[in-house]
Design a protein around this ligand. Sequence first.
Ligand code: CIR
Length: 267
Amino acid sequence: MSQARSVYHFNSVIVREPSRSVVNGLRADDRGNPTYDGVKAEHDAYIAAMRDAGVEVTVLPALEAFPDSIFVEDPAVVFTEGAVLLRPGAASRVDETAEITPTLRDMFETVLDLPNPGFADGGDVLTTPKSVMIGLSARTDKVGAEGLAACIAKLGRKAEIVATPEGVLHFKTDCSLLDDESILSTARLARSGVFKDFKQIIIPEGEEPAANALRVNDVVMVGSDFPRTIEMLDKLGYKVVPMKTTEIGKIDAGLSCMSLRWYRNGR
Ligand code: CIR
């Protein structure tokens, strides 16, 4: 049943309210702190867009001790068949997994643990109809990727370990699934050949952060700071929903990172 659906057909998501400490979120280049109010407004709009897309949203409370905990995509990965609890590759984020575990145990019958040792972030995991791609990065090491691939196999899906371009935070920082056959990718990631079996839609030069778009049911959410990408996808016939990501962009985040998404049977 679940396999017959598109992998971007969701009816359930989990998000977490931003904490006041979100202004201290991790970032590779400091372009100044985001404001709490700005992040909160972007997050509120994201929840509203999810509901508009037909998804039931579970909103978890803010965690002051974890500035990056709004990015619930990283401590776990979820599928219709079950969840995998991960071990984030940034020291300040490792304990976010324990915080989200009770919710996942409550919502999923099958919850697997990433084997120890090894690190893996959900931001490095791209689910496509052909496979679940796991990008190696500064956050996801080879042992972690292999452990995650084994968990994904246990859930009945095929995993594939691939590379993330040097200096890019997560695999999905540079790509997203647009539909069953098409991937939106930066030129630098597409050049590696990982998407040779897909139709590749390349991000216009200078709008690289737009690659972290998000297909949810009929719509594609895209950062509103990226007009050329929006116009390109619009012309290709996608139903684009522009979303403000200016503040979360200052802490290296985009649209996939703020939710865990899956199709929950029986809803
Ligand atoms: C971090 O560096 O962990 C956060 N500031 C950003 C995480 C973004 N996560 C994602 O794209 N999955």
